[in-house]
Design a protein around this ligand. Structure first.
Ligand code: MLT
Length: 387
C-alpha cells in the first residue's frame, strides 16, 4: 500500500488510475508520493518517508529540486502534457497584441442600449484597428514541447519563424517544421523579430534573460510574449520601454504589481495550461510516472534524477539506490549484495549531475538488514526494496 497526497486539486481522470494499492492521506507527513500543481514546496518539511513528487505541469520552480534529490526524493514533471493549451494561448496573446480586440469589446459594452451602435461602430472601429500576423517575423526562444508547437503553428499563420535553442533535443529537432529558421544567436532574434516568445525553464542561468540590454536591441514595434515564467524577463525594463515607446506590447501570463495595469501590458492570470484537456493530460501523465516509480522503480521524466527504466522486474527481487554520483559507489553496493549471497542478474546505473540512480534485479529478496547496510553508505540518500 502506498500513501499519497495532493497539494492541489488534480484531475480525476488521473487519480482514477490509482489502484486500491494507493491510499489518499491529508497530511504530507504520512505521504510517500505527492501530486502537486503550483503549491510552493520550498518551505515545507519533507518527511523521511517521502519518495516521489510529481508536478502536473512543466515548470518546477515551486519545488526544491536539490533538497529533494539529497533526501532521495525523485521529482517528476509532465513535459508536453499541457503544451497545446499553452500554444493556443500564445496565439491568443499575439492576436490581442496585434489588434485592440479587448478595447473594441469594452467599447461595445459601454454602448449597450445604444440603438445606433452598428452605425457608430463603423466610425469608431478605426480606434481598435491593428496589424496581421501573416508576414511578420516570430522569434521563438526555447524549442521544447511548447516552443516547437508555437513555431510550427506560426508557419500556418504565414509568419516567418526564427527558432533559437542551443540545447534542442534530437526528438524536438525532428518535430520542428523545416521552414523554421535555425538561429544561433539571440541578438538576431532581438534585432529582427516583430514578435518574440520565450519558452525556456526558469533557472538561475535564465533569470531575467530578456534583460534591459536585450530589450534595447528590439524594434519599437516588437511584441514580447511571456507564457513561461515572469522572472525570465526584466519586467521593470519592459514597462520602461513601453512607456518610452520603445516596445509595442508585452503579453504575460503571470500577473504581478510590476506589469498589471501598465500601458502596453496585456496580462492574463496564468491561464496557459488551464484547459480541461491540459489538466487531464497532466494528471494522467503525473499519475503514470508515480505508479511506475512506486511499483517498478522506473524513472521517466524526472527533473532531479536520471532516466532509468528496467521495465517490470522479472527476477526474484529488485532494489534501487538513490545516491551521490561518486567514485566507487557501485562497487560498494555490489560488495554488500555479494556478502549477503545475493546475485545481481541485471543492473542499470545512471547519473544526472551530482545525483545517480542504481537499480539492481537480484536472485533473492533483499532483506531489511542488507537494505540498511546499503543505506548506511555515506554516498547513499535512500534505498528502496521494490520487490
Ligand atoms: C506549467 O508550468 O506547466 C504551466 O505554467 C502551467 C502550470 O503551471 O500549471
Amino acid at each position: 500500500m502506498f500513501n499519497y497526497t495532493c497539494l492541489n486539486p488534480i484531475a480525476n481522470v488521473g487519480l482514477d488510475l490509482l489502484t486500491d494499492d494507493y491510499k489518499k492521506v491529508d497530511d504530507l507527513a504520512d505521504a510517500q508520493a505527492v501530486l502537486v500543481r503550483s503549491a510552493a514546496m520550498h518551505d515545507l518539511e519533507l518527511p523521511e518517508g517521502l519518495e516521489a513528487v510529481a508536478r502536473a505541469g512543466a515548470g518546477v520552480n515551486n519545488i526544491p529540486l536539490d533538497k529533494c534529490a539529497e533526501k532521495g526524493i525523485v521529482v517528476f514533471n509532465t513535459p508536453g502534457a499541457n503544451a497545446n493549451g499553452v500554444k493556443e494561448l500564445v496565439f491568443a496573446g499575439m492576436l490581442l497584441a496585434a489588434r485592440d480586440v479587448v478595447g473594441g469589446i469594452n467599447w461595445c459594452v459601454s454602448e449597450a442600449g445604444n440603438a445606433d451602435i452598428a452605425k457608430v461602430a463603423e466610425k469608431q472601429k478605426k480606434n481598435f484597428a491593428g496589424t496581421e500576423l501573416s508576414g511578420k517575423k516570430l522569434g521563438v526562444i526555447g524549442l521544447g514541447a511548447i516552443g516547437i508547437k508555437v513555431a510550427n503553428a506560426a508557419r500556418h499563420f504565414g509568419m516567418e519563424v526564427y527558432g533559437y535553442d542551443p540545447f534542442i533535443s534530437v526528438n524536438a529537432a525532428w518535430s520542428l517544421s523545416r521552414d523554421v529558421k535555425h538561429i544561433n544567436d539571440l541578438e538576431t532574434i532581438y534585432k529582427e523579430c516583430d514578435y518574440i516568445t520565450v519558452h525556456v525553464p526558469l533557472m538561475d542561468s535564465t533569470k531575467k534573460m530578456i534583460s534591459a540590454e536585450a530589450i534595447a536591441m528590439m524594434k519599437p514595434t516588437t511584441v514580447v510574449l511571456n507564457f513561461a515564467r515572469d522572472l525570465l524577463v526584466d519586467e521593470e525594463a519592459i514597462v520602461k520601454a513601453l512607456a518610452e515607446g520603445k516596445l509595442r506590447k508585452y503579453v504575460s501570463d503571470f500577473p504581478n504589481p510590476t506589469t498589471v495595469g501598465q500601458p502596453g501590458c496585456i496580462v492574463s492570470p496564468h491561464l496557459g495550461a488551464s484547459t480541461e484537456e491540459s489538466e487531464d493530460n497532466c494528471a494522467v501523465m503525473a499519475v503514470k510516472e508515480i505508479r511506475d516509480y512506486m511499483e517498478n522503480g522506473n524513472i521517466n521524466n524526472s527533473v532531479n534524477y536520471p532516466r532509468c527504466d528496467m521495465g517490470v522486474c522479472q527476477t526474484t527481487g529488485r532494489v534501487a539506490v538513490l545516491h551521490k554520483n561518486a567514485k566507487g559507489a557501485i562497487g560498494s553496493f555490489t560488495a554488500i549484495l555479494a556478502d549477503a549471497g545475493v546475485n545481481i542478474d541485471n543492473m542499470s546505473n545512471k547519473s544526472k549531475g551530482d545525483f545517480a540512480y542504481t537499480m539492481m534485479d537480484v536472485d533473492a529478496t533483499v532483506s531489511a538488514d542488507v537494505a540498511a547496510k546499503l543505506g548506511a553508505l555515506p554516498e547513499v540518500f535512500k534505498v528502496r526494496v521494490i520487490k
